[in-house]
Design a protein. Sequence first.
Length: 379
Amino acid sequence: MKRNPTGQDRDPSIRRRRCMTFLGAAFGIFVTVLNTAAQDNAGTDLRRQALNEYRVGHYSQAELLLTRALEATQQTSNEYEVALIYAALGDTYQEELRLQEAEELYRKSISIFLRQPERSHALAIAWRNLASALTAETDYREALAALDRASKLVETEKLVDAKLNAEILNGRGIIYFHQGELGKAKTYLAHAAQIIPASSEPWELSAEDILNNLAGVYQSSGESRKAEQTYKRALQLTEMRLGPSHPNVAPTLTNLGALCVELKRYKEAESYFQSSVQILAQPETGTNEYRLMEALYGLGKTYMKEHDPIRAEPTLRRAVDIGRRNQNQLFLIPEILHLLDDYEVVLRDLRNPEDADLLHAEAQRIRAAAAFTVRVRSK
């Protein structure tokens, strides 16, 4: 007999977050927000308030409410609510690119769910969310292992959750892309796009998000026509569902810009990148800075391709400022270093050797620091 998730462990709400491949494509790695019912108490109410703040991008407010919720709940014997709060904090930290902290909290929630066999659906979601954090940290072996655990639970417990199944397939596709197994990546992403149910909320995983990922694989495979068609289909669907100025439109615009640069269609690339920057620069978008850095970097690179350092300089300077604020995120370091190198070239083209030398020295310091940084595994 197939088991449908009950009100106690069903979790229909999904929040998207994207991790960049650094290869010209923005991939959607999604966090499933555990929005399950639990025994009402002060912690539960605070967690619900935090979820509302999270959904509109107010992550610092969400973190504050969740910290208060955890303090209140730890005074009770409601371990399940504690696990939900750990998971919600993990989601919040992942949105803020605090990936190791997110990983640690997901593991704490998993350790509780493992002691509660009736919470198999919540446990499967927690494994899947852990995989998204590990993927962003480029720990692909551990990420695949976490997805395997989620898949096994879905199969053995006969869980009926098409969205979760699609997320797992989407996650595998992204990992195989990073590992260079493009054939596998296409297969998993295409399957995910076929089975994903229609989305009703902006934070839900949608077919267009998966199509955006699939287009990135086509682009890396040299299938430019397929990539452009798939990106444009994803863009059309996203604009129809959310409107043309929604923040979730921006990654596909950025990807189309990167593709046009590859095809030497620089004026089209400018238009796509400029539209993405315009959306992401709005203070009400509630998006993380990395998306804006990527779009600005793409636009600056386009100006460089057009031999226009005067327009490239202020655009790249804005991107560099964002990069400097995010040097603590190890997985961003390669992109930040590429950005600094290109900005140095522009400064030299503009006959500004003093600032270029300072930038070169800054990049060297970051490289040296990164070389001696060891990632500490969460237990």
